[in-house]
Design a protein around this ligand. Structure first.
Ligand code: MN
Ligand code: MN
Length: 318
């Protein structure tokens, strides 16, 4: 009887699993979110290593294997993804970005004992608990990448909205933990870049019209051909590495491999580059081994939240 089963399996018409067609917009939104998580999971393995140490151990680090200083399971993500998910849930609950709701969501996230947490995030969430003010005091020292790593839900929920609404939403979420001019400029630039890619604009335009003006306004962000290695958590170092990788490569895989092998804050450069490259290239461009390698529950949460946020953007009430 074996052969019967085999025969039926071979000759039966190909049945596709039912998956509703996603629009190109939703596809790229999902790819941005899954890309963020993949970059985080891939980069976390080599976070705080130097490029030389990475080369000695892996030649090229290109698989999602877990480990790293956080001793992660293969496919596990860190604060970059989990804070984004927490923010996205708060946005979906309210229908827009609300600073109090964001602060509560981040606090609940912190109480859940995340695998990693930035110093600025912790300090300002702890003071929020006593002050009740969801806007941290402005500080020129809080120029870390902790607010920029979690901007994606804002980019999706405010897609198609006037830029001034997007900017105030970006600041409301960012200032819960990072109230800093450079951080703000980076967050807003990243959001507009994601939205441009979702709208199908090409990388040359996005570089000229988004990264260019950022550098004009804040020359400290200027990057050149000199390969930036060991990017720190300082938002300027982070964006320089991400932009070099994003604009010097032509596919999702090359961009992520390039950025995480620079070491340093590799989970966060990976997350931000993965978000931008996902929005740029779409889901079909993401290697299957990475999609399969990502923790499945996380992948599904990212997909569902991306779809919900992008349909929130399209709904007339938002
Ligand atoms: Mn992290
Ligand atoms: Mn990091």
């Amino acid at each position: 009887m074996f052969w019967t089963g085999e025969l039926i399996a071979r000759s039966a018409p190909v049945r596709r699993r039912f998956t509703p067609e996603r629009s190109a917009l939703a596809d790229h939104a999902v790819a941005a979110y899954v890309g963020l998580a993949i970059g985080d999971a891939l980069g976390a393995t080599v976070e705080f290593m130097t490029p030389n140490e990475i080369r000695a151990q892996y030649k090229v680090h290109e698989d999602i294997t877990g480990g790293g200083w956080l001793r992660l399971k293969a496919g596990q993500v860190t604060d970059d993804t989990t804070m984004s998910l927490a923010l996205g849930e708060a946005i979906l609950k309210k229908g827009h970005v609300d600073a109090h709701a964001a602060a509560e969501a981040f606090d609940a996230w912190m109480r859940g004992k995340p695998v990693d947490i930035g110093n600025t995030v912790r300090r300002n969430l702890v003071s929020w608990r006593t002050s009740g003010n969801p806007e941290a005091p402005a500080s020129e020292h809080d120029a870390g990448n902790g607010a920029a790593m979690r901007v994606l839900p804002v980019a999706l929920a405010y897609y198609g909205q006037p830029p001034e609404n997007t900017i105030s939403a970006s600041r409301a979420q960012a200032h819960v933990t990072h109230h800093n001019t450079l951080s703000d400029a980076a967050c807003e630039t990243l959001i507009f870049m994601v939205q441009d890619f979702l709208a199908g604009r090409d990388a040359i335009e996005v570089e000229r019209e988004r990264a260019g003006p950022l550098v004009e306004k804040f020359p400290v962000f200027a990057w050149d051909r000199k390969h930036s290695e060991n990017p720190s958590g300082y938002i300027v170092d982070t964006l320089q590495a991400v932009f070099q990788s994003l604009f010097a490569t032509e596919c999702f895989e090359d961009c992520l491999i390039d950025v995480v092998n620079r070491g340093g804050d590799a989970d966060t450069t990976g997350a931000i580059a993965g978000m931008l490259a996902g929005a740029r290239y779409g889901l079909a461009a993401i290697p299957r081994r990475w999609l399969r390698g990502l923790d499945e529950l996380t992948r599904v949460r990212c997909e569902k939240q991306a779809e919900a946020l992008i349909s929130l953007a399209g709904s007339p009430s938002s």
